[in-house]
Design a protein around this ligand. Structure first.
Ligand SMILES: NC(=O)CC[C@H](N)C(=O)O
Length: 374
């Protein structure tokens, strides 16, 4: 069946339908990871986005029930060059196409993804539409232009949990699968769920934390009433600026308990401190983004997935920049000058991606231990 991808600026790509049939709009972005499409599909941070994979063949190791970052795919659409419908992997339970159909994700395959990515890099990320029901380019361009912008929307409410829950699962190992933590652990952590990835929770568990995940709008006093050793601010979708309730809560929690933020959590921490965020031209999404740690000059290869960033110089009074992106010199990490709070823009939990930055989970536990006077 035919399908069309049309961008708001009028560029049109003709391909074949893939996944669910239908029509979907969203901001068209690209991810340069060579593997990990399953983790990308289920990362709630992609809510509202149509994700293009730059790696040319996708689907060849199928889908399993384990490598998921949340309960279901959250992205708006999926774009690949060549879809492989005959997976070969001992862990595969189903094909990628069946998984997308099961979850109602509309996709397109067989388009020139290199041309699409070069276009986005030149013109910037923008809204687009994939359709296998309307193939008229003019009508599709008009619909893409009418689609709501990511900017200014609170997408966190679409992906956060309804009520608090406890997390006990550790990381996956070959032969044993996911471990289950026993006992109380060394550190009690409350994690704000702005669209949290499970591998963050698994790494926190592995570092000795026992985590309670709470909805994004949980008031600061309810979190403090749980008497945690530390507070975690998760990743999540969309524009950080309209999430004012989270910024208010973070402001109230600052200085009371150690805080660690990842990605959206990092942006919200910066906004809570009076900083500013801005939209990047086409974002950072992939598994090989070079980041330098100012402290040591060491370079980490990192996993990233973000379209916004913290404006340099906007919070110099409150925080120091700890990490910088070597591709475009944007801020990748911050640390409060006086209070126990730090954050990174990238993803130390990987999934998918390299493990260079795992030390950050230990940095969080060390900070909690220090606050307890240990
Ligand atoms: N992975 C994330 O948390 C992304 C943060 C934010 N939604 C951005 O795109 O910049």
């Amino acid at each position: 069946m035919k399908a069309v991808l049309a961008l708001a600026d009028g560029r049109v790509f003709y391909g074949k339908a893939f996944g669910a049939c239908g029509e979907t709009t969203g901001e068209v972005v690209f991810n340069t990871s060579m593997t990990g499409y399953q983790e990308i599909l289920t990362d709630p941070s992609y809510c509202g986005e149509i994700v293009t994979m730059t790696y040319p063949q996708i689907g060849n190791y199928g889908i399993n029930r384990e490598d998921v970052e949340s309960g279901k795919p959250h992205l708006s659409g999926f774009v690949v060059k060549e879809y492989c419908d005959f997976p070969s992997n001992w862990r595969s339970d189903m094909t990628l196409n069946d998984y997308l159909v099961e979850n109602g994700v509309v996709g397109i395959q067989g388009i020139d993804t290199r041309a699409l990515v070069r276009h986005i890099r030149d013109k910037g990320a923008q809204n687009g539409i994939i359709s296998s029901v309307d193939l008229d380019p003019e009508s599709l361009i008009a619909k893409a232009r009418k689609a709501p912008s990511l900017v200014g929307q609170d997408l966190v409410q679409k992906v956060t949990c309804d009520s608090p829950y406890k997390w006990q699962e550790g990381i996956w190992t070959l032969g044993s699968g996911y471990s289950q933590a026993e006992g109380d652990g060394q550190f009690k952590v409350v994690a704000y769920d702005f669209g949290i990835k499970r591998n963050i929770l698994r790494h926190l568990t592995e570092a000795g934390c026992r985590v309670t995940v709470v909805p994004a709008d949980t008031p600061a006093q309810d979190v403090l009433a749980m008497d945690p050793d530390g507070i975690f601010l998760s990743n999540g979708p969309g524009d950080p600026e309209p999430i004012a309730y989270a910024q208010d809560n973070i402001r109230q929690l600052l200085g009371k308990k150690p805080i660690f933020g990842i990605c959206l959590g990092h942006q919200l921490l910066a906004l809570a401190l009076g900083g500013k965020t801005f939209k990047l031209k086409f974002g950072h999404r992939g598994g090989n983004q070079p980041v330098m740690r100012h402290e040591s000059g060491q370079v980490e290869i990192t996993s990233q997935n973000h379209g916004f960033a913290v404006e340099a110089g906007s919070i110099d009074d409150e925080a120091v920049q700890t990490h910088i992106n070597l591709n475009d010199n944007t801020i990748e990490g911050l640390e409060h000058k006086r209070l126990p709070a730090f954050s990174v823009q990238y993803h130390p939990e990987a999934s998918p991606g390299p493990h260079d930055a795992r030390y950050l989970f230990e940095r969080f536990t060390a900070l909690m231990a220090k606050q307890r006077g240990e």
